[in-house]
Design a protein around this ligand. Structure first.
Ligand code: AMP
Length: 280
């Protein structure tokens, strides 16, 4: 038994690189090797396990790892009860029900009696059962989108992000079964760990920017209205010219409309900086 906290992350696939990047930004120093299943962090009593994304809910549930990073779709599919500590903002996708372009199906009710190919049979069965619609699931590990062409299914439920793969394969989306995003998960009774605070601090910071500017006294009120910050902006007098330095934190998504407004309000020498970590 090790006294290190274990965190399980995907060893391959779409979530693997962003998970490594997140842990490193959170301050964890560790090597990634294609051969090692687990590596100790150099600067914290944490061990990083590299495993299949779909095994992570079970490993966390069984306490083989106290924390894990995986997709919410895989948490739903696994049926192992774990706590969602924090959504992580990457790996956004949805489980979409779709049919061949030529199909007469237009609504989810029209799926009654159909064979539905999917990589997420548990979630799909639950979804249709919840609506009282009887279907037959055809579980497939991959290449779900070719199932209607091969006539092994009449419809599919598959993961999409942009939807372009479905379009290329001649499929028409009908409904969303589940929205998913990567998440930090934990055992229900896991004790709190500095790791969760660190990861949340990076995720919160990614959505924010630190903005600094100079402004004359008469512009401060308007600037405060544009960028109110968490409590209020920091306003510090400059040594000369009766000018002030204004600092605030702004949503990254809002920057495009905030910057022109600040300029019109009289701000100059505006700087926009990334924030590494933030504990609101
Ligand atoms: P994969 O990389 O195909 O092994 O998928 C691993 C996980 O990445 C999935 O279970 C989803 O949580 C997530 N994911 C994010 N975007 C997509 C996408 N466009 N297609 C499939 N999976 C995705």
């Amino acid at each position: 038994m090790t006294d290190r906290t274990r965190i399980a992350i995907p060893n391959k696939g779409r979530l693997s690189e962003p998970a490594v990047d997140l842990l490193r930004k959170a301050g964890l120093v560790f090597e990634v090797s294609s051969r090692a299943l687990s590596v100790p962090a150099r600067n914290m009593p944490v061990e990083v396990l590299f495993v299949r994304a779909d095994d992570i809910p079970e490993l966390v549930h069984d306490d083989a790892a106290q924390f894990g990073i995986t997709g919410l779709d895989l948490v739903a599919e696994s049926s192992f009860d774990t706590a969602i500590v924090s959504e992580l903002g990457f790996g956004r996708c949805r489980l979409t029900a779709a049919v061949d372009e030529s199909s007469p199906v237009t609504s989810i009710e029209d799926f009654a009696g159909l064979r539905v190919a999917t990589s997420h049979p548990v979630t799909v069965s639950r979804f249709f059962a919840g609506k009282g619609i009887e279907i037959t699931t055809v579980p497939l590990r991959g290449s779900v989108e070719v199932a209607p062409k091969l006539d092994i299914a009449d419809a599919i439920v598959d993961l999409v992000s942009s939807g372009s793969t479905m379009m290329i394969n001649g499929l028409r989306p009908v409904a969303t079964v589940l929205e998913s995003v990567a998440a930090l998960i934990a055992r229900r009774d896991a004790p709190s760990s500095p790791l969760t605070t660190m990861v949340r601090a990076v995720v919160a910071a990614r959505r924010k920017r630190y903005v600094l500017m100079n402004a004359p006294a008469e512009a401060i009120e308007e600037i405060e209205r544009i960028i109110p910050g968490a409590d209020s902006p920091t306003v510090v007098p400059l040594t000369h010219n009766g000018m002030y330095a204004v600092h605030s934190v702004v949503d990254a998504d809002e920057m495009w409309k905030v910057l022109p407004d600040l300029e019109s309000a009289g701000a100059s020498a505006i700087l926009v900086l990334p924030i590494e970590q933030m504990i609101p």
